[in-house]
Write a protein that binds this ligand. Structure first.
Ligand code: TEU
Ligand code: CA
Length: 538
């Protein structure tokens, strides 16, 4: 077995699990998941075997965007619990060697953040320039920018008769990263959490931090979309080069602490933009540790497309940098729904599990993904997401992928003894954690098995990746190091497959009974992990 000196580094070798706290587990019956709920489920997380949790925001917030609108970066939102609850969470998780990643929402604050309250109070307030204020231009909006969540990006404020910029809701004013004092204040808040023991950060919409200095109009693109925002080419309100200077400073701050991690949400619309994401890794050492590429969130089920997207992303990682992979999150339809195929959805979910956990790069799992949770159907009257409310029925918002975790076949799927903030998906009686824990071959136990295998096998974590079958025949396969050969049949038909070594054994297959001799028959939707023996003995 190839042994290397690279020692275990949690965010490179481990598996990261995203929790949307509102929907994970409600400990006090108010229908909203909370910190105590997460603590109570620590045994489950340990069972699954994950190494770190990323918590969607739990800071104090008026919840206009369910936590992505923060009014106090240093306090825990009371809906989620107390400061003591949070300290207990850190302590208990660290005792079990599970790291905690915070969501840094630092493109904007809530409009009820004291910084903004001061900033809007007068044109001469010392914090005026902490946000982006503009006079009307020729009696109109300062420029043509639109908010991603609807309407103009400029909100007129009566108090001083000027407009402020908000890239999302009007309750989410954008902060001015060009202002040195603001930058220092934000960094102080980050330090606060580092000192309190936070292990890493996911940076919300990191590619929107800095706006064009001259606030130039975005050009329009051809074509129609119900959201005017999508008709603009966002060259002036996103992806500005100066953002990278902010990240270099941020990295210096992080590097003062040991083994802290950062991952950026580099937002881009379909089909995704891996090149843009890779730019946020800088030279591989001087900006973010990792960045999300959302290409796989936007693709159709096709081995060749998967090959192209994945290989492209991996090639773009700067030397010294490290990739990560994500299939679902709180903003996009769940993978089981995106890749829905009558009678075969579960098989597809298995392929995705094997793929995610055998690729080179840190895997991110979204809560519920491990039991194949589907998007919920939410009626108009039950919608909570402001984006869904605004664009219904063109876009139903993000509530469907945020429904409560399905723990067991009991009232509200065992999520709450009260009324859940979003309805539980009706399939909870047949799809839940309790059931899948007890089924040897469940998707959940597949995730558990693969996470364990990955932990044991250096080459599954750090081995180089070399693609073999590139999807032309419906099969995607690749080597990890010179030890593991992974073959995934994306098709609903049998395929002949020739392992690259005659002396090999099957470590794992989703078709438990299958064997390999000279060649192997891949069953429909079979995923197999083969070990090359020669390598092992040498
Ligand atoms: O998301 C950025 C964002 O604009 C998209 O993910 C958006 O939700 C999607 O395109 C739907 O069309 C981040 C957070 O992940 C999201 O939850 C927040 O609402 C948003 O930023 C604002 O902070
Ligand atoms: Ca609660």
């Amino acid at each position: 077995m190839s042994i290397s000196n690279d020692k275990w580094l949690w965010w490179k070798d481990g598996v990261i699990y995203q929790i949307y706290p509102r929907s994970f587990y409600d400990s006090n019956g108010d229908g909203i998941g909370d910190i105590r709920g997460i603590i109570e489920k620590i045994d489950y997380l340990e069972y699954l075997g994950i190494d770190a949790v990323w918590l969607s925001p739990i800071n104090r917030s008026p919840m206009d965007d369910f936590g992505y609108d923060i009014k106090d970066y240093r306090r825990i939102e009371s809906i989620f619990g107390t400061e003591a609850d949070f300290d207990e969470l850190i302590k208990k998780f660290h005792d079990k060697n599970i790291k905690i990643i915070f969501d840094l929402v630092m493109n904007h604050t809530s409009s009820s953040h004291l910084w903004f309250v001061e900033s809007r109070s007068s044109k001469t307030n010392p914090k005026r320039d902490w946000y982006i204020w503009q006079k009307a231009r020729r009696g109109k909006y300062p420029n043509n920018w639109r908010a991603a969540f609807g309407g103009r990006a400029w909100e007129y404020d009566k108090i001083t008769g000027e407009y402020y910029l908000h890239s999302f809701l009007k309750q989410q004013p954008d902060i001015n990263w060009r202002n040195k004092e603001l930058r220092d204040a934000v960094f102080e808040d980050i330090k606060f959490w580092l000192d309190r023991g936070i292990d890493g950060f996911r940076l919300d919409v990191v590619n929107w931090f800095i706006k064009d200095e001259k606030l130039r109009n975005n050009p329009y693109m051809i074509g129609y979309s119900p959201r005017v925002y999508d008709m603009q080419n966002h060259i002036y309100d996103r992806n500005r080069p100066e953002t990278h200077d902010v990240l270099k400073d941020f990295r210096k701050l992080l590097d003062n602490y040991s083994e802290r991690m950062s991952v950026g949400e580099v937002f881009s619309p379909p089909p995704g933009d891996p090149r843009l994401s890779s730019e946020f890794l800088g030279n591989g050492k001087d900006q973010l540790d990792m960045a999300f590429d959302f290409s796989l969130m936007y693709v159709k089920w096709n081995a060749k497309t998967f090959y192209k997207k994945i290989s492209n992303w991996l090639e773009l990682i700067p030397s010294g940098g490290w990739p990560c992979h994500v299939l679902s999150n709180h903003d996009q339809p769940r993978q089981a729904s995106r890749f829905y195929k009558k009678n075969y959805t579960d098989e597809r979910c298995r392929i995705l599990a094997v793929l995610l956990l055998t690729l080179k790069g840190t895997p991110f799992i979204y809560y519920g993904e491990e039991i194949g949770m589907r998007d919920g159907k939410i009626s108009r009257s039950k919608l909570r997401d402001p984006l869904g409310k605004k664009y219904w029925p063109f876009f139903k918002g993000r509530d469907p992928e945020r429904t409560p975790m399905q723990w067991k076949n009991a009232d509200n799927a065992g999520f709450t003894c009260g009324v859940p903030w979003l309805p539980v998906n009706r399939d909870y009686w047949k799809r839940n954690i309790d059931k899948q824990i007890h089924e040897k071959n469940s998707l959940l136990n597949l995730y558990k098995y693969l996470i364990e295998l990955r932990r044991k096998e250096y080459n599954l974590r750090r081995g180089e990746i070399v693609f073999l079958e590139k999807g032309d025949s419906g099969v995607l396969s690749y080597m990890r190091g010179d030890e593991f050969e992974i073959a995934l049949n994306f098709d609903n038909g049998v395929k002949q497959y020739f392992p690259r070594s005659h002396d090999s054994e099957i470590v794992f297959s989703t078709e438990m009974f299958s064997k390999v001799t000279e060649s192997k028959i891949l069953q429909p939707y079979e995923a197999v992990i083969i070990r090359h023996n020669q390598q092992r003995n040498s």
